[in-house]
Ligand binder design. Structure first.
Ligand SMILES: [Zn+2]
Length: 313
């Protein structure tokens, strides 16, 4: 039996399965670093960074996203400190990120948010007049979204499992989601089916080639091996989109920042060095104060489906 950092129980050793590259199938890997039972590797064929071995059993994957994920006592290695209590910070963050939506949509339309969690992004979209649908597989957090957005606007499950009309959305979004999905190309293909003509796909995910990632090495905050099974860079993310018949319109680290509490800053500093956490612990006293932090280590990518060539027969 082994313990996964942040997961309460111990799991059988064979629950972790070695995997090959989830993009090109390549087995040849270059090791970035090892951490407990996990290896973070880069595919020698296509350059995608991924975690192996990983949980492949659906039941165990569900355990990763149980209640403890959303109010984690070990958010440095797993999940969120308190996703619900931080609601004002998330709403403020998404209001700021609306700038990227407005660049592509002068007026409101129909949006699907895949992995909508407590529904914060969609709440902001509702304020802007959008017709919203959220998809959320986690039973632990979905009731929050139902309460915030209206139960009829939230569906349980994963992309491809839920009955949604083809061509019925102008915008589909994935905020901090694609790095969790075992088959990202299949997920993007599902997105392609659901988009209306002229539709856009917005992805936010961490950039493993960002300056912060390089500087921090294995201490980079996005290395959470049970949940972040992929780490893209602009090239590998564009390759996933291209394979699923999309092209990138823009890729920017701007607006990838977040409003965070001072208490959060003190906690994350502790990941860099325990002494920093002690030094910054007075910040916890003003932990309700918010500050906007952008390490430029996230990518916000807007993509569009490729035009289909007119049929000749
Ligand atoms: Zn590969």
């Amino acid at each position: 039996m082994i313990a996964i950092p942040g997961l309460s129980g111990r799991i059988p050793e064979n629950a972790l399965q070695p995997v090959d590259c989830g993009f090109c199938g390549g087995a040849e890997q270059r090791l970035k670093f090892e951490d407990g039972p996990f290896r973070v590797v880069t595919c020698a064929t296509c350059g995608l960074t991924y975690v192996t071995p990983r949980l492949t059993d659906a039941k165990l994957i569900e355990e990763v996203y149980d209640e403890g994920y959303w109010s984690s006592d070990a958010a440095k290695v797993r999940g969120y400190t308190d996703y619900r209590q931080d609601r004002p910070l998330y709403l403020r963050t998404y209001r700021r990120r609306m700038r990227v939506v407005r660049r592509h949509f002068p007026k409101a339309g129909r949006v699907l948010d895949v992995g909508c969690a407590a529904g914060y992004f969609l709440r902001v979209m509702q304020e802007e007049g959008w017709d919203v649908t959220g998809l959320e597989p986690s039973d632990a957090i979905r009731p929050q979204a139902e309460e915030l957005l209206g139960a009829q606007n939230v569906k349980a499950g994963l992309l491809g499992q839920v009955d949604l009309a083809p061509g019925s959305f102008d915008l589909i979004t994935m905020w901090d989601v694609i790095e969790h999905i075992p088959d990202p190309v299949a997920a993007v293909r599902e997105v392609g089916k659901l988009l209306a003509p002229g539709g856009r796909f917005l992805i936010e995910t961490q950039n493993v080639d960002s300056r912060a990632a390089r500087l921090l090495g294995k201490r980079w905050q996005h290395y959470k091996h049970a949940e972040h099974i992929y780490h893209f860079n602009p090239k590998t993310l564009a390759a996933v989109l291209a394979k699923a018949d999309f092209h990138v319109l823009e890729n920017t680290p701007r607006l990838g920042g977040k409003y965070v509490s001072m208490g959060f800053l003190a906690e994350r500093a502790g990941r860099l060095h325990p002494v920093l956490s002690t030094l910054l612990s007075p910040l916890r006293l003003v932990s309700k104060a918010a500050v906007y932090v952008n390490l430029f280590d996230e990518m916000i990518v807007v993509a569009a489906p490729n035009e289909r060539a007119a049929s000749v027969d």
